[in-house]
Design a protein around this ligand. Structure first.
Ligand code: C2E
Ligand code: CA
Ligand code: CA
Length: 505
C-alpha cells in the first residue's frame, strides 16, 4: 500500500505531461519526463531501503506534481503571451499560425479559408479621435467580428489595421459581407460614437494538399495586395488559376524593361472615320508587343505596367514612335490625320508631363495639331485639380486632349464640369448597350457634349445598325472594327495613300 502511493503519484503526474504532450515542444516534453521519472524512481528507492514514512512520500509527490503543473502552467502562459498582443489582448499572427496548425493536425484544414484584411482609410479614425481611441476601436472591431464567428473560427491581428481570419469555407461569403461594412460602437469624450469600417480582403481557400501554413497565409496576403493594388476591388480570391496568372505576370514584369530597351513594342493605328463623309479623320495609337514571333495584345501587359511605373516609360515610348512615324509620313508627302496617344493616369505624378510631351513632339518637328492625348475618365487616386492642371498646360502648349472610356466611370459629369476637353470618347460598353433607357442617356450625352463644344467619337463600333443609331443621335466619328481593326505601320500607310478606302464600305 505504502509502495503504491508514490507509484500512483508518479503515474498521475506522468499522465498530466502526456496529456499536454501536443502543446509542448519535443525538448520540453523529454525534459519534463526526466524531471518526473527521476524523483519518482528516487522516491521508490527511498521507500524500499528506508521504510515508509507517509508524510515524506505525500510531501515528496505533492511537490513533484506541483512542479509538473507549474511547468505546464508556465509553458501555457509563455505560449499565450507569444500568441497575444500585450497591449490589445488580441491574438497575433503566431496565434493564427498555431490555430491553423491545430486545425491541420486535426485533418480539417481544407474546410477553412484564410482571409487577410486591411481596414480601408483607418487613418481617418486615428486622425479624428487620436491613436489611443484608434487602438480601442481596433479592439472593438475585432470583438465585433468575433461575435459573428463560429466557435472553431478565429481572428488575429497582424499589425496596425491589418488582420487575419480563419473562417470555414462555407461562411466565407457571409464574412466578406461583414467586412464590407462593420458597425463599431465606442465612447469618445463621454459620447457614444458609431463608425462603419470597411475592409479590403484577400481570400485563400485551403486545399487538401496545402501543408505549409506560412505559405497559406502568404497566399491570402498576396490576394490582399492584389485586391488593393492590381484589381482594385474590395476582395480578391487567390485560386490555382490566379496563382498561375500571377506567376505569368511576375515573369512578364521581369521581361518588360528589357523589351522596351530592345524596342520590341510596335505602334498599331486604329483609324477614326467620319461615318457620314467616309473620310479618315484620325487614328488612335495602340501598343502591341512582338515577343519571340508572337504579337501580344496590351490586355496582357498594360495592367502589369500599370502596377509599377513602367507604363509611364511605355507611354513616352509610344509618343516618340508615333512622332517618328508622322515625321516619316510627312517627309513622304502624305497628309496624316491627328493621332491620339494614350497616357495613363499614373503619369500625373510627374509634374513636367506636359513639357516632356511637348519636348518629344518638337524633337520630331511634328505639327502640334497632329497630336491628341487620351486620358481615361476615372481619376480615383488623383484629385481632379491635378488632372485639370495637366489638361490646361497641354492646351497652353497647343495640344488636343480627349477623355477616354467616357460612360464607364462614375465621375463623368463632374469631370466635364471642371475640365475642358476637346474630344469625348464614348466607351464601347455604352455603344453596345445603346437601346432602351441607355439609348436615351446616350442621346443626352451626345447633346450635352455638343452644347459644350466637345467633339464626340464612339468607340468599338462593329455593326451597321450601331452606325445608324449613332448617326441619328448626332455622333458621326466612329472608331471600331466596322471600319478597321488596329493596323500595323505599313497598312496604315496604305490607308493614307488611299483616301477613298472607306467610300466603298
Ligand atoms: P482603349 O484606349 O479603350 O483602346 C480601345 C481598345 O478597344 C483597343 O484594344 C482596340 O483594339 C479595341 N477596339 C477598338 N474597336 C473595337 C471593336 O470594334 N470591337 C472590339 N471588341 N474592340 C475594339 P487594345 O488595342 O487591345 O487596347 C486595350 C487597352 O490597352 C486600350 O483601351 C488602352 O487602355 C490600353 N492601351 C493600349 N495601348 C496603350 C498605350 O500605348 N498606353 C496606354 N497607357 N494604354 C494603352
Ligand atoms: Ca484610348
Ligand atoms: Ca477607350
Amino acid at each position: 500500500m505504502a509502495m503504491g502511493l508514490p507509484v500512483i503519484g508518479f503515474v498521475c503526474s506522468l499522465s498530466v505531461i502526456i496529456q499536454y504532450r501536443k502543446k509542448l515542444k519535443k525538448g520540453q516534453f523529454i525534459a519534463m519526463l526526466l524531471f518526473e521519472i527521476m524523483p519518482g524512481i528516487g522516491a521508490v528507492i527511498q521507500v524500499f531501503f528506508y521504510g515508509v514514512s507517509t508524510i515524506n512520500i505525500t510531501v515528496g509527490f505533492g511537490t513533484i506534481c506541483m512542479f509538473g503543473e507549474l511547468m505546464l502552467w508556465q509553458n501555457k502562459e509563455v505560449g499565450k503571451v507569444a500568441r497575444t498582443e500585450v497591449r490589445t489582448g488580441l491574438a497575433n499572427e503566431h496565434g493564427v499560425i498555431e490555430e491553423l496548425r491545430a486545425i491541420q493536425a486535426a485533418g480539417k484544414a481544407s474546410d477553412y479559408a484564410v482571409i487577410s484584411f486591411d481596414i480601408a482609410r483607418f487613418s481617418l479614425v486615428n486622425n479624428k479621435y487620436g491613436m489611443e481611441i484608434g487602438t480601442q476601436v481596433l479592439i472593438r472591431y475585432a470583438q465585433t467580428l468575433s461575435r459573428h464567428l463560429e466557435k472553431d473560427e478565429f481572428i488575429g491581428r497582424q499589425g496596425s489595421d491589418h488582420f487575419l481570419a480563419i473562417i470555414r469555407q462555407k461562411n466565407t461569403e457571409e464574412f466578406l459581407k461583414l467586412l464590407s461594412g462593420c458597425l463599431v460602437k465606442f465612447v469618445y469624450k463621454e459620447q457614444d460614437v458609431d463608425v462603419i469600417l470597411s475592409a479590403v480582403s484577400g481570400v485563400y481557400k485551403i486545399r487538401e494538399n496545402d501543408t505549409d501554413v506560412e505559405e497559406i497565409i502568404a497566399n491570402a496576403y498576396t490576394a490582399l495586395t492584389y485586391a488593393k493594388n492590381v484589381v482594385k476591388h474590395d476582395s480578391f480570391e487567390m485560386t490555382q488559376e490566379t496563382i498561375a496568372q500571377i506567376g505569368e505576370r511576375k515573369k512578364f514584369e521581369g521581361m518588360l524593361p528589357e523589351a522596351i530597351r530592345r524596342e520590341e513594342f510596335l505602334v498599331y493605328y486604329q483609324p477614326k472615320v467620319n461615318s457620314r463623309t467616309r473620310l479618315l479623320v484620325g487614328a488612335e495609337a495602340l501598343v502591341r508587343w512582338m515577343h519571340e514571333g508572337e504579337l501580344i495584345s496590351p490586355g496582357k501587359f498594360i495592367p502589369v505596367m500599370e502596377s509599377n511605373d513602367l507604363i509611364c516609360t511605355m507611354d513616352y515610348y509610344m509618343l516618340d514612335h508615333v512622332c517618328a512615324d508622322l515625321e516619316e509620313w510627312i517627309e513622304k508627302g502624305l497628309v496624316p490625320p491627328t493621332v491620339s496617344v494614350n497616357f495613363s493616369r499614373r503619369n500625373l505624378t510627374n509634374k513636367n508631363i506636359a513639357k516632356d510631351i511637348d519636348g518629344i513632339v518638337q524633337k520630331h518637328h511634328v505639327p502640334k495639331k497632329l497630336i491628341e492625348i487620351e486620358i481615361t475618365e476615372t481619376v480615383d487616386e488623383f484629385p481632379l485639380s491635378v488632372l485639370k492642371g495637366f489638361v490646361d498646360e497641354l492646351h497652353r502648349l497647343g495640344y488636343r486632349v480627349a477623355v477616354d472610356d467616357f460612360g464607364c466611370g462614375s465621375s463623368s459629369l463632374s469631370l466635364l464640369r471642371e475640365i475642358t476637353f476637346d474630344t469625348l470618347k464614348i466607351d464601347k460598353g455604352f455603344v453596345d448597350r445603346a437601346y432602351a433607357k441607355d439609348l436615351t442617356i446616350l442621346g443626352f450625352i451626345i447633346k450635352m457634349a455638343k452644347a459644350i463644344n466637345l467633339e464626340i467619337l464612339a468607340e468599338g463600333v462593329e455593326q451597321e445598325e450601331q452606325i445608324n443609331t449613332l448617326l441619328s443621335l448626332g455622333c458621326e466619328v466612329i472608331q471600331g472594327y466596322y471600319f478597321d481593326k488596329p493596323l500595323p505601320h505599313e497598312t496604315m500607310e496604305r490607308r493614307l495613300n488611299n483616301r477613298d478606302y472607306y467610300q466603298e464600305r
